[in-house]
Design a protein around this ligand. Structure first.
Ligand code: NAI
Length: 353
């Protein structure tokens, strides 16, 4: 990014962890911004921490609801920069016309797909259990039997940026790849040899099913008891999409009965209560999450699929660019339209200029 001669502008950065600052600080500096590094999440009780700055930067679990937006605008804040793709935590209607909202629509589909593949490989070859054993000088391989991925069938639900990278990875293992997407890129699928199909066939034939669709009213609870009943016995489920794609009660029942052979979960339906924080001393009171982590054939990671150097760099650079465009008086290309929620521009409804 080019150096700017404009005066430095302060940005209140909420929910900051040391790793956020490591990537954001240099990108902000190069773009002419200075961070007010705040550890609390944005919400009604913390909004005052943004006093005196024109810009706020938030992440997935910050609360950008109507009361917070009213407080921000009353204090003179003009823009909220999301350092993530999802914006379900923002009341776009309340923001409309008063507060510009920008996001990072894409940072690294490779990061997420590679993590999904990592969960799949680790679960299949029981790497997490082997690691525990050898640390305890237990060199037995009893119970660590896996299967060849080569020649098996993978079912991908969602063939967008991440699903397509996942397909390429799995084809590299020699797997047969089935894909389901309401708006598939038919030419891409034909070129790679991905078989487009309905959910029925995908459930019936897949040895591994990986979720890469967004959370919508249609996909909420997609993997429920009825869906699991239609899958192959012993199926491996991988979810790096959103927690609410899976009905956790149904998953627990499937794991107990053996219908589900393994589950790799980077997301969980109630994750905002726990993920990104350390509860090792206090424990957790969510019985379903606690039960999930007791299964030897379940791997839970804490929404870390995006967490690579490349993705963090892209998030920081795009966030700085979004802010720069706004303060230079240009329409930010990654502005979210408060009426149709479309981004990036051009959105037919967003005012230009
Ligand atoms: P994308 O927008 O490029 O692709 C999503 C695809 O899902 C589209 O092709 C769409 O047509 C398809 N789709 C929509 N409804 C569907 C349905 N009912 N059944 C099957 N497919 C459907 O999104 P991208 O970048 O590939 O991300 C996918 C999801 O991954 C995101 O929505 C997000 O929830 C999740 N994600 C998770 C991250 C993590 O760190 N765990 C990081 C980034 C994204």
């Amino acid at each position: 990014m080019e150096m700017t001669k404009s005066p430095t502008i302060s940005v209140a950065v909420f929910d900051t962890k040391p790793y956020d600052r490591e990537f954001l600080e240099p990108a902000f500096r190069r773009a002419g911004f200075e961070g007010r590094w705040l550890t609390p999440r944005l919400g009604p009780d913390t909004v005052r921490l943004a006093e005196g700055v024109p810009a706020v930067c938030v992440f997935v679990n910050d609360d950008v609801s109507a009361p917070v937006i009213h407080a921000l605008t009353a204090m003179g804040v003009r823009i909220v920069a999301l350092r993530c793709a999802g914006f379900n935590n923002v009341d776009l209607v309340a923001a409309g016309g008063r507060l510009t909202v920008v996001r990072v629509p894409a940072y690294s589909p490779h990061a997420v797909a590679e993590h999904a593949a990592a969960l799949m490989l680790a679960l299949n070859r029981k790497i997490h259990r082997a690691w525990l054993r050898t640390r305890d000088n237990n060199f037995s391989i009893h119970g660590l039997l896996g299967f060849d991925l080569y020649g098996k069938t993978a079912g991908l639900i969602g063939l967008g940026q991440i699903g397509r990278v996942m397909a390429q990875i799995l084809l590299g293992f020699g797997m047969r790849v089935l894909g389901h997407d309401p708006q598939p890129d038919v030419a891409w699928a034909a070129r790679l040899g991905v078989e487009l199909t309905d959910l029925e066939r995908l459930y019936a034939e897949s040895d591994v099913i990986s979720l890469h669709c967004p959370l919508t009213s249609e996909t909420q609870g997609l993997i429920n008891a009825a869906a699991i009943a239609r899958m192959k016995r012993g199926v491996m489920l991988i979810n790096t999409g959103r927690g609410q794609l899976i009905d956790t009660r149904a998953l627990l029942a499937g794991l107990k009965s053996g219908r589900v052979g393994a589950a790799g979960l980077d997301v969980y339906e109630e994750e905002e209560r726990y993920f990104f924080e350390d509860f090792s001393a206090s424990g957790i009171d969510d019985d379903r999450l606690a039960r999930l982590t007791t299964f030897p054939n379940v791997l839970v990671t804490s929404h870390q699929a995006f967490f690579t150097r490349e993705a963090m760099t892209a998030i920081a650079e795009t966030t700085a660019k979004n802010l720069r465009q706004f303060f230079d008086g240009r329409p930010p290309e990654n502005e979210i339209c408060h009426r149709c929620a479309r981004t990036p521009q051009p959105c037919p409804r967003l005012p230009v200029g």
